[in-house]
Design a binder for this molecule. Structure first.
Ligand code: 5GP
Length: 179
């Protein structure tokens, strides 16, 4: 285990098996559809990479980078687009691949944006879901693991941009935050 972690929440093996399971389900659900898997950078990278290896039907991949925008003290729920899609999703069946859903605000805005771009259908696959954190109505269509309201790192998830390369999901020791 990485020395900055106090515990491993989800092992590398469990993540691998989950990606396979989700990939198989998605392959069946999207048979004969015009699938575009959209990753939200940067956290999605390990997950989308492992997931698509288990999707056996034709698909395209594209990426967006968005950040939550705080216009004052509290979060306004506005989302700034740092990098938009490279290709059109008009008439496509879009599957957004996310690392974790917490408040749901980011995804809600991204879904609205993709809907304006003319996507035929929009669904969400997330590796992790923290349902207790939800402040807007958003139910991901495919969930890898439900986790408690705890800050996690690894497998794409960062703290100050570090720890994204850890191949499993863990919880940082308290002293790391006060370093
Ligand atoms: P939401 O709009 O659902 O609150 O935000 C989701 C985003 O917040 C995720 O894509 C991720 O960047 C960040 N986030 C939420 N919970 C965690 C967490 O436990 N660990 C890390 N590293 N990022 C998180």
């Amino acid at each position: 285990m990485h020395s900055d972690l106090k515990k491993i929440l989800i092992s590398q093996k469990d993540i691998e098996e989950k990606c396979k399971e989700l990939g198989n389900i998605i392959s069946l659900d999207y048979k004969d559809k015009n699938l575009v898997v959209i990753g939200l950078l940067k956290g999605c990278v390990p997950f989308i990479s492992d997931l698509v290896k288990h999707i056996s039907i034709p698909l395209r991949m594209d990426y967006m980078s968005v950040s939550s925008y705080h216009g004052g003290t509290a979060s306004t729920g506005h989302v700034r687009v740092n990098k938009d899609l490279d290709s059109s999703v008009n008439g496509c069946d879009v599957l957004i691949a996310e690392d974790i859903v917490d408040t749901g605000k980011t995804l809600k805005k991204v879904i609205e944006m993709l809907s304006v771009k003319g996507a035929k259908s929009i669904k969400v696959v997330t590796l992790l879901d923290k349902p207790e954190g939800r402040v807007v109505e958003l139910v991901p269509d495919y969930v890898g693991f439900e986790i408690p309201k705890e800050f996690v790192v690894g497998y794409g998830l960062d703290y100050n941009e570090y720890y994204r390369n850890i191949p499993y999901i863990g919880v940082l020791k308290e002293e790391v935050y006060t370093k």
